[in-house]
Design a protein around this ligand. Structure first.
Ligand code: SF4
Length: 343
């Protein structure tokens, strides 16, 4: 992603305009997703996997919150739990003050109109046997949104807004490239005029040049429709391009959170520092010494004791495997690391 690695940091329109701090649209508090294990004929006892373990963050209206970390860190499960596709086992997901984790299913159905998800592989949200027009109109049919004529007009305006043509409405998904399919996925996600979009690795399956085009499209759609994004990605350079605020996840936990500017200019957590050291830079001052982490992400079935990063941390101390660090304010961000404990 060197083409966008040094792009300017994302910034909320409201903040850029110098207006008051945008209100909080989504507040995730101590979110947990735990899976029970074992019980099979040949399994050795029971246990549990904490896929998401006490995740908290806030997303301001009209901004982008980037959730970043290696594959398997729990960021996609967090995104799915926000929208209840994976039911949370604990915590709160407050959307405009209403807890999505506990609302009744009828109310959740209403709220789902305002919250849409975009997936890495748009094929997973596009029925291969449906023409594009039907895929875009379908959510409006389900939610009885607009009249029949207005649904068609909206589909037409959205397909053009995402950079495709009116005649594309009558084709099938297999007739498009990956980038075009993602544009169709965005048009479908916008059909119900949502406030919040959870985008799970929306560009990671695309070529670099196409990634940049889709990211630019996401930015312009955000301004035009006043959208708020939770943008999930393993790629720091992609997150930097879009995010106003960032949460860095490791093994089900947030280890650092703060503004994009604070995290990119002065990362505090050793894991964030390692992730950023891998981001290519085209300017000498932007280059960082590469930090290579040893080993793979541990299994969430058997996480390290104390700090979850202790088995790979290049600066681990004896206390790190004894006691889990809590998120604490360090400079402009919140960091879970014993390096910043007060004596
Ligand atoms: Fe490394 Fe210890 Fe900080 Fe964890 S708490 S990131 S192991 S220094």
């Amino acid at each position: 992603m060197s083409a966008i690695a040094d792009a300017p940091l994302g910034a909320a329109e409201a903040a850029a305009a110098g207006s008051a701090e945008p209100e909080t649209l989504l507040s995730v508090k101590d979110l947990r997703v735990t899976y029970k294990l074992g019980g099979g004929l040949f399994s050795r006892g029971r246990g549990e996997v904490k896929a998401v373990d006490g995740v908290s963050f806030e997303v301001r209206k009209g901004t982008t919150f980037g959730l970043v970390g290696e594959s398997g860190c729990g960021k996609s499960t967090t995104g799915r739990a926000i929208i209840n596709l994976t039911p949370p086992t604990g915590g709160e997901v407050l959307f405009r003050g209403e807890d999505l984790a506990t609302v009744k299913s009828a109310r959740m159905r209403e709220l789902r109109r305002s919250i849409q998800m975009v997936f890495q592989d748009p094929y997973s949200s596009l029925n291969p046997r449906m023409r594009v027009i039907d895929s875009i109109v379908e959510p409006m049919d389900i939610h009885r949104y607009l009249t029949k004529e207005q649904r068609f007009e909206r589909a037409l305006s959205l397909i053009e807004r995402v950079g495709l043509r009116a005649d594309h409405l009558y084709r099938f998904p297999h007739e498009f490239s990956g980038g075009q399919r993602q544009r169709i996925g965005l048009a479908r996600a916008l059909a119900l005029d949502p406030e919040l979009i959870i985008a799970d690795e929306p560009v990671s399956a695309l070529d670099v040049s196409v990634q940049a085009q889709v990211l630019n499209l996401l930015k312009s759609l955000q301004v035009e429709f006043g959208l708020t994004y939770v943008f999930i990605s393993h790629d720091m350079s992609v997150v930097r391009y879009l995010a106003d605020d960032i949460g860095v996840m490791y093994l089900g936990k947030i280890v650092e959170t703060g503004s994009s500017e604070a995290i990119f200019s002065n990362p505090k957590h050793p894991y964030t520092q390692a992730l950023l050291s891998a981001v290519p830079s085209t300017t000498p001052e932007g280059r960082r010494e590469r930090i290579i982490l040893s080993g793979d992400l541990p299994s969430p079935k058997n996480p390290p004791s104390g700090c979850v990063f202790s088995s790979r941390c290049p600066v681990a101390m004896p206390i790190c495997s004894q006691r889990a660090p809590l998120l604490q304010r360090v400079g402009g961000q919140n960091v879970a690391c014993h390096l910043y404990d007060e004596e």
